[in-house]
Design a binder for this molecule. Structure first.
Ligand SMILES: [Zn+2]
Length: 93
């Protein structure tokens, strides 16, 4: 799909909004993860990053929470780009 711009619409960083940025590196998504109590160490291999985050989170519903959060981040991004919705304010933990 062609878009006029591929910059992230969720933050003020001047970066392309690729999937890694959207889900883990974006200031907006990081605020969401902190709010949910999930810590990602993006400096390590992705599989290990998921395993460590799950261990630290310590709940059997880790997978369900991250799937829903990633879906919410993706659909929020799309609603801004395609429906003109405003960016939600950052969450305060
Ligand atoms: Zn961003």
């Amino acid at each position: 799909m062609h878009l006029e711009s591929y910059r992230c619409v969720l933050c003020v960083e001047d970066v392309d909004g690729d999937i890694l940025h959207l889900l883990f590196q974006c200031q907006f998504s990081q605020a969401c993860w902190i709010y949910l109590g999930i810590e990602w160490d993006t400096s390590i291999d992705h599989q290990l990053m998921f395993l460590r985050a799950r261990e630290k989170f310590g709940s059997v519903i880790f997978r369900e929470i991250i799937i829903l959060a990633m879906w919410a981040l993706w659909t929020h991004r799309n609603s801004i780009i395609f429906d003109g919705m405003p960016v939600l304010l950052y969450l305060e933990a």
